[in-house]
Ligand binder design. Structure first.
Ligand SMILES: Nc1nc2c(c(=O)[nH]1)N[C@H]1C(S)=C(S)[C@@H](COP(=O)(O)OP(=O)(O)OC[C@H]3O[C@@H](n4cnc5c(=O)[nH]c(N)nc54)[C@H](O)[C@@H]3O)O[C@H]1N2
Ligand SMILES: Nc1nc2c(c(=O)[nH]1)N[C@H]1C(S)=C(S)[C@@H](COP(=O)(O)OP(=O)(O)OC[C@H]3O[C@@H](n4cnc5c(=O)[nH]c(N)nc54)[C@H](O)[C@@H]3O)O[C@H]1N2
Ligand SMILES: [Mo]
Length: 717
């Protein structure tokens, strides 16, 4: 809840009556006022001068430059344009609804986002199993009896692909009702500290650990055949395959006791309900897709798929790929095209961000020469930052839509600022796919746009007009065209005619109109009047605490979008990756490997200026006391951390939470180099994790980087 003084946010307090959060807010929520009021925030378009520094400009002046420069790339060689849209863009309505217009106008397939350095191994496993990359199973955290968290620290991150505000309260409730929490993580994180069992695994070995667990379940006849949905194929093949990997075989590479694997397997399989949940640590690693596939296999064989307390599918109020009806067998959104240089496959309409730099730096036809970044900081978020920055420097024309002059946007020719957050209406159309309870909420804009501000969706349409060489096209007319297409889809889903959709939503424009169409054609919708009392945007406007549709409900088989409408538990592509895993079982173990962590007062790379850090320990390299002694290092020492790509300098902290042999550092730091306008962030710059990440060594199925478990050498600087 916001207290405003005119256009200024004075205070933000959590809403205790909210049906979902019950008053919990994340770092970004509470930090919003600091971000909005940050004097370093960009509020006026910036143009780069020949001298290299930026000058403030009017909107007309900024767009004149774009109108003049951008079309030449589009006309002569559409493949020469690329778009990187970052994390915040996924959580607004603007980009989900309007980015497509810009991409269509540019006519490019060179589209990148952090999804490929975040969820892709999980997306691919789910795509192959259930047919939709967004149709991800969600842990039914509020009802489960046993929760196995792998490579995630939800007490700090508040969870991910698990939309569940108030993680602490939910985990306390799990334990209060007699449920168990098990955390598999090389670090004794805050979440591990409150768990019943912490399994300090060696980085990169989650798939082996899961195979060990599954082998016990297979060998001890713990498979719950009677609870396995009858849409599952190739179950017997999978059970035979996993049975080979006994705990005795996998315990050594995983660095844990075989008895722990037995215990987890037996507890998981015999709990009344159980669920495993993975995130960054089990995704951004050498065997990420295998690990995420095995987690689903574990749900299936223990009878926990699509069952209360297990792994369920949400029913998002705005609908989505796994609620919309299909008329013909769906085509999987994978490998429909490939990147130019390395031939890496597309996933969900995008290319892996790991090939962003080489697509710019490698000469030849189709080379990326023009770039638009939107709410993203690839210079700190994607692998091999040195190459990424060299690439950004060499792009011929670059536009950034961003509120900071930071590591990425300093290379732009034009920076266009988004308006204050308080001018946007908000409904999380993406994260609703992952919510642990079916709820619908909408926060209307608090203040209107001022005269000198454009909504982000207007900027997207204006950029699309520029790309199309039609700078004078009216935004209103473009918005109507977008709405007409959306109306056709909504009408088909709701079973009404287009005119009815357009008439019923006519009083709105922009994202609110498109959202209204999505909600009303969605699973709870009023179907534009034909289902009276059903959900509309107006209903949400009248329900500031949100509307609760209750706990998740079973959705099989209707939720499936695979070509044959069934679940192939042994997708050939994933199974074909098992020998690579098996081959690594006996290999030598590196002396030190680096893993990533998130820390409380930040959001990836970008809250460090608005929320100055209380102490430098937050971005330190953490090392176990044993390793520190062996290296003769002390807390506070400056150390160089060297990987296969380069070295960075970090401050060392000794921390007994670390598994010996593992060091940990957060990403999104390294606020160094000329030409930024982030003085607070630069005063405690930290080290840049992604400089150390190799863009050449990728998880082979998805092309996502191996961020966790990379061998490093640490020395006194
Ligand atoms: N405060 C804060 N909250 C955030 C963010 C933020 O930057 N700050 N970012 C948000 C975003 S974009 C996301 S995607 C989510 C991410 O949410 P999480 O995935 O929950 O966050 P991380 O802290 O990265 O947790 C990854 C964990 O994996 C462990 N790990 C590393 N390697 C391995 C391994 O090989 N195996 C296993 N089992 N574990 C391993 C690490 O030690 C770490 O504890 O957080 C979101 N929330
Ligand atoms: N080594 C390593 N790398 C990682 C990860 C990891 O765990 N380890 N995690 C990955 C993950 S999960 C993610 S999600 C990515 C994040 O990758 P990115 O999205 O590229 O990075 P962010 O730091 O989130 O940058 C967000 C940018 O958006 C701008 N911004 C903020 N609000 C707005 C707005 O309203 N409009 C606009 N136009 N701009 C805005 C900020 O100024 C900032 O420049 O990083 C990934 N990279
Ligand atoms: Mo993320």
């Amino acid at each position: 809840m916001f207290t405003m003084d005119g256009r200024r946010i004075v205070e933000i307090t959590p809403n205790r009556s909210d049906v979902f959060s019950a008053g919990h807010s994340c770092a970004k929520g509470i930090g919003l006022a600091s971000v909005e009021n940050d004097p370093d925030r960009i509020r006026t378009p910036l143009l780069r001068r020949a001298s290299g520094d930026f000058q403030e400009a009017g909107w007309d002046e900024a767009f004149a430059v774009i109108d003049e420069r951008l079309p030449e790339f589009v006309v002569n060689d559409p493949g020469s344009c690329a778009v990187y849209h970052g994390n915040p863009a996924a959580h607004h309505l603007d980009s989900p609804f309007y980015l497509g217009e810009l991409l269509a106008a540019l006519g490019t397939r060179n589209v990148y986002s952090p999804a490929s350095v975040d969820t892709w191994p999980k997306n691919l496993a789910h795509l192959l199993l259930y047919g939709s990359g967004l149709g991800i199973t969600v842990p039914d955290i509020d009802r489960t009896d046993y929760m196995l968290v792998m490579g995630s620290n939800p007490l700090v991150s508040n969870g991910s692909t698990m939309t569940a505000p108030g993680m602490q309260r939910r985990l306390e409730a799990l334990r209060a009702r007699g449920g168990r929490l098990v955390v598999v993580d090389p670090v004794r994180t805050r979440t591990a500290e409150v768990a019943d069992l912490h399994v300090a695994i060696r980085p990169g070995t989650d798939a082996l650990f899961l195979l060990g667990v599954l082998a016990v379940i297979a060998r001890e006849n713990l498979v719950k055949y009677h609870l396995i949905p009858d849409v599952v194929d190739n179950l017997a093949q999978v059970i035979t395959m996993v049975a080979e990997y006994t705990p005795e075989i996998v315990a050594t590479p995983c660095g844990i006791d075989a008895q722990v694997i037995y215990r987890v397997a037996r507890e998981f399989a015999t709990a009344p309900s159980a669920v495993a949940h993975s995130r960054i640590g089990s995704c951004l690693q050498e065997f990420g897709t295998l690990a995420n596939w095995l987690i689903e296999v574990l749900s299936v064989v223990t009878g926990n798929l699509d069952r209360p307390g297990g792994a369920m599918f949400s029913l998002p109020p705005g609908g989505g790929p796994n609620t919309w009806p299909v008329s013909k067998p769906p085509r999987l959104m994978f490998d429909r095209w490939r990147s130019r240089v390395r031939q890496l496959p597309e996933l969900l309409g995008e290319l892996p961000a790991a090939c962003f730099a080489e697509e710019i730096l490698t000469p030849g036809p189709g080379r990326t020469r023009a770039l638009i970044t939107l709410a993203g900081n690839p210079a700190r978020s994607v692998p091999n930052s040195n190459a990424v920055e060299a690439a950004l420097r060499s792009v011929e024309f670059m536009v950034s839509v961003d509120c900071y002059l930071n590591e990425t946007t300093r290379y732009a020719d034009v920076i266009l600022p988004p308006p204050p957050m308080s001018t946007r209406g908000h409904h999380d159309i993406l994260l609703a796919h992952f919510q642990v309870r079916n709820v619908a909420r909408y926060s209307p804009p608090l203040i209107p746009l001022s005269e000198n501000e454009f909504a982000e969706w207007q900027l997207l349409l204006r950029l699309a007009a520029a790309a199309a060489g039609q700078p004078n096209r009216s935004i209103e007319e473009m918005d109507n065209a977008v709405a007409a297409v959306a109306a056709r889809r909504a009408a088909a889903i709701a079973g009404v005619d287009i005119e009815q959709v357009l008439t019923e939503t006519a009083r709105r424009t922009g994202p609110a109109r498109l959202l209204d169409m999505r909600l009303r054609s969605g699973p709870y919708g009023d179907r534009f009047g034909t289902n009276p009392g059903g959900l509309t945007l107006e209903q949400l406007e009248d329900s500031p605490n949100g509307i609760d549709y209750g706990p998740l409900q079973p959705r099989l088989p209707e939720v499936l979008r695979t070509p044959n409408g069934r679940i192939d538990l042994a997708p050939p592509m994933i199974v074909a990756d098992l020998p690579r895993l098996a081959a690594g079982i006996d290999r030598p173990i590196p002396e030190l490997t680096l893993v990533n962590r998130r820390q409380p007062r930040g959001m990836n790379s970008w809250l460090h200026n608005a929320l100055p850090q209380p102490h430098s320990g937050l971005c330190a390299l953490l090392m176990s006391p044993q390793d520190a002694a062996a290296h003769s290092l002390l807390s506070g020492d400056q150390v160089t951390v060297t990987s296969a790509t380069t070295s960075v300098t970090a401050e060392l902290r000794i921390d007994s939470a670390l598994r010996p042999g593992v060091v940990s550092m957060p990403h999104g730091w390294g606020h160094t180099g000329p030409g930024m306008q982030t003085p607070h962030a630069e005063s405690a710059p930290g080290a840049n994790y992604n400089a150390l990440v190799d863009d050449g060594a990728l998880e082979p199925l998805t092309g996502s980087p191996i961020v966790n478990g990379i061998p490093v050498v640490v020395r006194l600087a």
